[in-house]
Design a protein around this ligand. Structure first.
Ligand code: PLP
Length: 391
């Protein structure tokens, strides 16, 4: 089937919720993808921060193959070892409490929202409120959507879930003022991803921690994009002065398979009880085996050092290019702010034609989320392509 036929079938049978680029990918290996015509691409988007250990990483492929041939699903009514081992590994590498598995990032946030609300009710709060930043992105299920102000404003999807409010991004005093007696939680991305890669400052994170502590509220970090090594530490919070009470993960955790997780401190891990939450597929042996293989690769000092080094090299190199105004982010999560008047959408499309995959999360910004396994040559190749695409 050629691309034109594929596009016409897609247009007929798929709900038209995505604007897809006119490329059909058929194969991936490491940081490279190949389309149906045999053209090679350097993938500096990695499935939007999912394929962090590279496409078809042999260790992940082997773990999935082995597990798929043995046992794929039993439901959460029984024990399976990969799930329990993964929970132990995630907990011990983060907040030390319990884990709830889900199938996506939005669902991991739903769990965090339930924890926050129940925790608040236990403190006698009748109408608990969750505070997020304007331009935060937490997902598209109704709870996560309500914490995603830009999308929650869509009147066609209303009524929205109540009990959410937002404050201007990176505004410590607005955040502190918004947190009070009815606050269940502050739910934020430590670095906003979908809105264009904007890090929350340490000062604001400290203010959020302090406001939550004073109010008895939970601080929840959505690390769905920033986690699993993306910023050069396993979790982004490790490079900040604060520790959240609840942390959500997904995207890169499954190496390409769908899995999310809500991780807690020991105290927050006691909140949900039987009947409060559940999911048929979540934490199944197949995805858990893939995630264990991913963590074997990513939770490694030399890989994380390389993420910081490659990130610095990429960031410095891009900043030196004409047409680039600023480079934001940490590790290999970078937002490239282009000079006024440079059309980022046109640059992104040109890059795709010349074999470099990036995306344009907002006007004027290119977002780069390459596999964490990229080397100096990949980075130099990407920079040369960006330089050639800039006017
Ligand atoms: N939270 C953040 C920070 C994200 O970047 C995303 C996805 O882009 C989500 C939540 C939602 O994850 P999912 O699409 O797996 O539901």
């Amino acid at each position: 089937m050629n691309l034109t036929d594929l596009q016409s079938l897609e247009g007929r049978y798929l709900m038209q919720t995505y604007r897809r680029a006119p490329v059909e990918f058929v194969r991936g290996e490491g940081a490279r993808l190949w389309d149906a015509d045999g053209n090679e691409y350097l993938d500096f988007l990695a499935g939007i921060s999912v394929c962090s250990v590279g496409h078809c990483n042999p260790a992940v492929v082997e773990a999935v193959r082995e597990q798929a041939g043995r046992l794929m699903h039993t439901s959460n009514l029984f024990y399976t070892e990969p799930m329990v081992r993964l929970a132990e590994r995630l907990s011990e590498s983060s907040l030390g409490g319990r884990v709830f598995f889900s199938n996506s990032g939005a669902e991991a946030n739903e769990c965090a929202i339930k924890i926050a609300r129940k925790h608040a009710h236990r403190r006698g709060i009748e109408a608990p409120e969750i505070v997020s930043f304007e331009r935060d992105f937490h997902g598209r299920t109704f709870g996560a959507l309500a914490a995603t102000p830009a999308l929650a404003a869509n009147p066609d999807l209303g009524p929205m879930l109540g009990g959410f409010r937002s404050v201007p991004f990176n505004d410590a005093s607005a955040l502190s003022e918004a947190v009070g007696a009815s606050t269940a939680a502050v739910l934020i991305e430590p670095i906003q991803g979908e809105s264009g890669v904007y890090p929350v400052t340490d000062e604001v994170l400290l203010a959020a921690r302090q406001a939550c502590d004073e109010a008895g509220a939970l601080l929840i970090f959505d690390e769905i994009q920033t986690g699993i090594g993306r910023t050069g530490s396993l979790w982004a919070y490790e490079q900040t002065p604060v520790r959240p009470d609840v942390l959500t993960s997904a995207k890169a955790l499954g190496g390409g398979l769908p899995i999310g997780a809500c991780l807690t401190t020991p105290a927050a891990g006691e909140v949900l009880e039987p009947g409060d939450h559940g999911s048929t597929f979540a934490g199944g042996p197949l995805v858990a085996s893939a995630a264990l293989a991913v963590l074997d690769i990513v939770d490694d000092r030399s890989l994380l050092r390389s993420v910081r080094e490659m990130g610095a090299k990429l960031s410095e190199g891009l900043l030196s290019l004409g047409g680039v105004r600023e480079v934001r982010g940490r590790g290999l999560m970078l937002g490239v702010g282009l000079e006024q008047g440079v059309d980022a959408v046109a640059v992104g499309a040109d890059l795709l034609r010349h074999g470099l995959i990036v995306n344009v999360p907002e006007p004027g910004t290119l977002r780069l989320l390459p596999p964490l396994t990229v080397d100096s040559e990949d980075v130099e190749e990407a920079m040369a392509k960006v330089e050639a695409a800039l006017p």
